[in-house]
Design a protein around this ligand. Structure first.
Ligand SMILES: Cc1cc2nc3c(=O)[nH]c(=O)nc-3n(C[C@H](O)[C@H](O)[C@H](O)COP(=O)(O)OP(=O)(O)OC[C@H]3O[C@@H](n4cnc5c(N)ncnc54)[C@H](O)[C@@H]3O)c2cc1C
Length: 467
């Protein structure tokens, strides 16, 4: 196009301003490096802004298994009255709910606090590779093209774009092409808590509860529904094979779904997030045309569910539609193959690794089409370790990945993709990049994992000491 290419240099370039990219950028900058965060969209924070619960921060026993940068975000939400706190689903997990509107501010404050340079509305188009080293990334925005050089590149793009452009091997979905569905979250305000929770208490057969032996602990569905009632938070998950949803799906009132998951987003606004819509057509998340084409279906599913809840769900009679997530949610694309591949057995066995730099505690969670979803609990209410090697793409010296494009089998990714572990992985790679630059290491594998673990522990990360 005859355009002159601009040039810029940073110590660390982070691709992707979702949950893992934000934490990676903050961690690298907190540890003294000049950091550029590149994000295609208009706002950093990714799914932290969607209203969904933050899963995988705690194990099912209620112990925090992620800390550090995530605490900084949560503390700031708390200071702005946007922290609702840990909630138990009495099904499989404990999760944290926050106000996504407040989280928008907390994310930007976090980046500003450490002096991260954000480039929003900017797409990574290409990389320059020299042997196993990425030396530059071509970023495109309305200013034109910029060649950004850096010592370390962190791929937090969800899709593994940077690692793939640099030649890393990857896998995509299941061998038969199955990919998890796309979904769009929405929120409703002015929800009356008491009748809603009483409805759950009185209809335990419609709720998803007690799906792990650890949580069930010999209790009946009614007893677990009573625990949800006593917890007092507007958080109930209705299952598709329970009487309440089955009839609505059968008579076409609701689009087929595995669950309607309802969780709080704001006490002041009496607001909840609803996670239920889905387009399960094995759409590859990088295919912009196909993803965009789902918008209309998803919107109609949202509106159908709003009408259903207002008509049928006690406590929702006077509720208002309060907004949509900022973007269509993409659960699954590429998994970059690294020095270690996290497996189903690692996760459900709650296995521990000597080179742990992050932990996960969410069940293996693979949404499928229609009413189907794979949900496998982590053993004994515990957590599993994510080894540093899962973040090191094969054949690349100065590139790390974090977030849902980590090196994992489909099942391993099905649990580690939740936001808690994404934040822990982001913190790990950001910190590692800063340490490597400090020490003059050109290959991240020169960094002793013990040294990285020491710094991560000092900065609040959870590496050991939980179930
Ligand atoms: C519908 C849905 C429901 C979910 N439910 C929950 C839940 O309840 N709780 C939970 O904890 N987790 C949930 N998850 C999982 C979790 O939210 C995601 O896996 C996690 O947020 C992924 O974070 P990430 O940083 O790895 O990637 P992403 O959030 O995908 O962020 C990647 C970012 O990189 C940017 N990007 C990508 N490529 C480029 C490029 N070439 N140039 C510039 N920018 C680029 C994208 O715009 C994006 O913002 C859900 C996910 C979805 C989609």
């Amino acid at each position: 196009m005859g355009q002159q290419i601009r040039k810029a240099h940073f110590d660390v370039v982070v691709l992707g301003g979702g949950v893992s990219g934000v934490t990676a950028a903050a961690a690298a900058a907190k540890n003294g490096r000049k950091v550029l965060l590149i994000e295609a969209g208009p706002m950093p924070g990714g799914e932290l802004l969607s209203g969904m619960s933050i899963d995988g921060l705690l194990n099912a026993r209620g112990e925090y298994v992620v800390g550090g940068i995530s605490d900084e975000l949560l503390d700031d939400c708390r200071a702005m009255d946007g922290f609702i706190g840990p909630i138990h689903d009495y099904r499989l997990i404990c999760y944290v709910c926050v106000d996504p509107e407040v989280m928008k501010i907390a994310v930007v404050r976090l980046l500003a606090r450490y002096g991260v340079t954000p480039w929003l509305y900017t797409l990574a188009e290409d990389v320059v590779v020299d042997g196993g080293r990425v030396t530059g990334l071509v970023a495109v925005n309305k200013n034109g093209r910029t060649l950004v050089t850096a010592d370390y590149f962190l791929d937090c793009s969800g899709d593994g774009d940077l690692a793939v452009m640099a030649g890393a091997p990857y896998e995509l979905g299941a061998p038969d092409g199955e990919l998890q569905p796309l979904s769009l979250m929405f929120r409703m305000s002015n929800v009356e808590n008491e009748p809603f929770l009483a409805f759950g208490r009185d209809n335990p057969e419609s709720l998803a509860v007690g799906e792990s032996d650890y949580i069930r602990a010999g209790r009946t569905d009614s007893q677990l529904a009573m625990e949800l009632y006593k917890q007092g938070q507007p958080s109930l998950f209705f299952k598709s094979d329970g009487p309440f949803l089955r009839s609505a799906i059968e008579n076409g009132e609701l689009a087929p779904t595995a669950l309607i998951m309802i969780m709080p987003t704001s006490v002041a606004r009496k607001e909840v997030c609803v996670n239920t819509t889905r387009v399960a057509e094995n759409i590859v998340g990088m295919d912009a045309a196909k993803v965009s084409a789902t918008m209309s279906t998803l919107m109609e599913q949202v509106w159908g569910c709003v009408k259903f809840l207002k008509r049928k769900m006690p406590g929702f009679e006077n509720a208002h539609f309060a907004g949509l997530a900022p973007r269509i949610g993409i659960r699954e694309t590429r998994r970059i193959m690294g020095d270690y591949v996290l497996t189903l057995e690692d996760a459900v066995g709650a296995s521990k690794h000597p080179d742990c730099v992050a932990k996960g505690a969410h069940h293996v969670d693979i949404h499928q089409d229609g009413l189907k979803q794979v949900r496998i609990a982590i053993g004994n209410g515990g957590s599993y370790d994510i080894p540093f090697q899962c973040l090191l793409p094969k054949g690349l010296d100065n590139v790390m990945v974090a977030g849902r494009c980590l090196s994992a089998t489909r099942e391993g990714m099905g649990t580690a993709r939740t936001m808690g572990p994404c934040m822990a992985m982001g913190q790990a790679v950001g910190t590692a990049a800063a340490m490597c630059i400090d020490r003059g290491y050109r290959d991240v594998r020169q960094l002793a994992v013990g040294d990285l673990q020491m710094v991560l522990r000092d900065q609040g990360a959870v590496i050991d000491g939980v179930h």
